[in-house]
Ligand binder design. Structure first.
Ligand SMILES: *Cc1c(COP(=O)(O)O)cnc(C)c1O
Length: 316
């Protein structure tokens, strides 16, 4: 049997055939000798349409990783994170020599708001919701309390499409908030590196000053546009993945936490056990006795479920 990869929270589906065809047609006639349009007005407009915001509220980046990099560099000071969470936050802060203050999530993976608010010197707070790797959504009232303090806050919403929770209404009130999204997960475009942020227009224009005019290649930008034009095809896949997530969870709930994303946090470190079966999942070096399973296709999930059932039988 072939190995399967349920380790990086990727979409198990490649782009729809219709999208691939449109993209290939574009490639056939693309002007590779020319620079892209400055700051990608056409893609920015499509993302504005998709999210219901103005183009002034949107910044497009090479993966949301690049946006994190820019924001952390821009904040230029202590950053608060809540572990266990996405490792790239600390990665960038360390690159710039900024302090990372960890105010860990509580045992139920909720935010320790009081703990965060005590960090008076922090220049930046990062809240990941749904959180990677725990999979849960952060409570809206808790997020508001952090925002009320006025500190610049990144709400990493990379798994938005799987979560059913839209935080963008908070942007009307909070100019210190930036919501970060990506086309790497629900939109099946991890390989193309496209992310974006939504925030107050003043915040966005400040960020754009840090961005070179020709920062993204024309192929990624065009592929993103085509995908957005075909959002209906993506919606189908998102529903499939959510259904599968609920199915997998109900099969293995003895050792998994519920999730609002496209992965499940497993209450055991089953990384080595799964590797032996050719099922690659995510080992979590910073989280003891846990591992993370990405939701794949039905067939892939069946294999993971079968392996985990065997595991459960052995340990209980
Ligand atoms: C996958 C992921 C991202 C997306 O990164 P890209 O650079 O856009 O591919 C961002 N934040 C979290 C929490 C993620 O898990």
């Amino acid at each position: 049997m072939d190995d399967i990869y349920l380790d990086k929270n990727e979409n198990p589906f490649n782009v729809p055939e219709k999208v691939r065809k449109e993209f290939i047609n574009y490639v056939k006639t693309a002007n590779f000798n020319r620079y892209p349009e400055k700051w990608l007005p056409s893609l920015t407009k499509k993302l504005a349409g998709l999210t219901g915001f103005d183009i002034d509220n949107i910044i497009v980046t090479n993966g949301s990783d690049e946006l994190l990099d820019m924001l952390i560099k821009h904040a230029a000071g202590d950053m608060v994170i809540s572990s266990p969470t996405f490792e790239m936050y600390s990665f960038y802060a360390r690159n710039y020599g900024y302090n990372v203050i960890d105010v860990p999530l509580r045992s139920d993976f909720s935010l320790d708001v009081d703990g965060i608010l005590k960090q008076k010197d922090a220049k930046l707070v990062v809240i990941c919701s749904p959180n990677n790797p725990s999979g849960n959504l952060m409570d809206r009232e808790s997020i508001k309390k952090v925002l009320d303090s006025g500190v610049t806050t990144i709400l990493d919403n990379a798994y938005y499409e799987f979560s059913g929770e839209d935080y963008t209404d908070l942007l009307a009130k909070y100019k210190n908030l930036i919501i970060l999204r990506t086309l790497s997960k629900a939109f099946s475009l991890a390989g193309m590196r496209i992310g974006y942020g939504i925030a107050d227009s003043g915040f966005i224009s400040e960020l754009k000053k840090l961005q070179a005019p020709f920062y993204m290649n024309i192929l990624s930008a065009r592929m993103a546009e085509i995908m957005i034009d075909n959002y209906d095809l993506i919606g189908e896949k998102i529903r499939y993945i959510i259904n599968e997530r609920e199915r997998v969870y109900s099969e293995i709930k003895d050792i998994a936490y519920p999730s609002s994303a496209n992965f499940l946090l497993i209450k055991k470190d089953i990384y080595d056990y799964m590797e032996e079966k050719g099922i690659h999942i995510r080992k979590l070096p910073l989280v003891k006795d846990r591992s993370r399973l990405t939701i794949g296709t039905k067939e892939e999930n069946d294999r993971a479920i079968e392996a985990i059932h065997e595991y459960i039988e052995k340990i209980f």
